[in-house]
Design a protein. Structure first.
Length: 333
């Protein structure tokens, strides 16, 4: 293998040797890896399902893809647990844990003399996310690769958020708009904080939750939006609804509810919108600038490839890493 065989193509596929493509479809890709279910990591998956020989993901990811409407034939689906490896053509592909949303995996490929790795989306390196050390090539997600993205204290944002939800619930019910995975994190934080109001889940969040509960991510007192139980709960007027973020625009005008939009973008405080009963809060699933630097400094790859498809700060970030950590860095594409 050679260093140049690893790149991110213009359609967002991370290409590894042995005709492996990750989180996007590349021409001639025989093995498609899906690191997690977010939309920018399931690019052209339908194409890979047709054209590739195998689709590899963690058991949670493969099951979630199936309930979200992807039709992965069981002969092609390979479920790989953290720490386990599959072998083909003399190479071994292994998953390591990443803290992002349930099921997220980092990818490590070895053959006799070469190791290639991809971090996928992650936060909390060295604790929730395992650091992959001494790879020949490491591809990294640098969503927050600009030093201006240094997190205050995430716990503080969670505390403010929980306080706000408690206060709002005393007045009227609350609707929360969040991506899959993020919604789960929010639900468990609210329960941990002692908020007992029933959770009403949209159809898709409900299906995702059913898969997650199979894997031990349990949330109590949830009902399906539109069910008879849901109607009874609505009459009581004390509940929290969960919807996908795409519904915020059309649902936020409903009266008698507080609307909270959860973004993965970098918002340091809670923002109250001028119109209606709407708030925006940022709780990111990504490493901030300092966490990125920490991961790389611990990992010390021979070559670092910064994913320029999923970050608009890739060039600036590459420059900083070259300067401060004296590593070889390229941006791709
Ligand atoms: Zn993601």
């Amino acid at each position: 293998m050679a260093l140049g065989q690893v790149r991110v193509d213009s359609n967002g596929a991370i290409e590894f040797p042995y005709r492996i493509c990750i989180d996007g479809h590349g021409n001639g890709c025989l093995t498609r890896v899906v690191t997690h279910i977010h939309a920018d990591h399931t690019l052209h998956l339908d194409k890979s399902i047709v054209m590739s020989r195998r689709i590899i993901g963690t058991p949670i990811t493969i099951e979630l893809l199936n309930v979200l409407g992807y039709n992965i034939p069981s002969v092609k689906a390979v479920m790989l647990n953290y720490g386990d490896a599959v072998s083909f053509e003399g190479a071994k592909l292994r998953f390591e844990i990443a803290q992002h949303i349930p099921g997220t995996a980092q990818v490590v490929l070895h053959d006799t003399d070469f190791t290639t790795a991809y971090t996928s989306d992650f936060k909390n390196p060295g604790a929730g996310t395992k650091i992959i050390k001494d790879a020949d090539v490491l591809v990294i997600d640098a969503t927050y690769g600009d030093p201006k993205y240094s997190r205050v204290n995430e716990e503080q944002i969670w505390e403010e958020f929980i306080k706000m939800v408690k206060r709002l619930l005393t007045v009227a019910p609350v609707a929360i708009y969040a991506y899959y995975g993020k919604a789960h994190e929010v639900m468990s934080k609210l329960r941990e904080a002692g908020i007992d109001a029933p959770f009403i889940l949209s159809h898709h969040h409900w299906k995702v939750n059913r898969v997650l509960s199979k894997f031990g991510y349990n949330i109590r007192d949830i009902v399906l939006y539109g069910s008879r139980e849901c109607e009874e709960i609505k009459r009581d007027g004390w509940f929290i609804e969960f919807h996908h973020t795409i519904l915020f625009k059309s649902f936020k005008t409903r009266i008698g509810l507080h609307h909270i939009f959860l973004t993965g973008r970098f918002v340091k405080t809670i923002i109250k919108l001028n119109e209606g009963n709407c708030w925006i809060i940022g709780i990111s699933g990504h490493a901030d600038f300092n966490e990125l630097m920490y991961y790389i400094d611990e990992a010390r790859p021979r070559l670092l490839v910064v994913d320029g498809f999923r970050s608009s700060h890739a060039e600036k970030f590459a420059e900083i890493v070259r300067e401060r950590l004296s590593l070889r860095v390229v941006v791709s594409p």
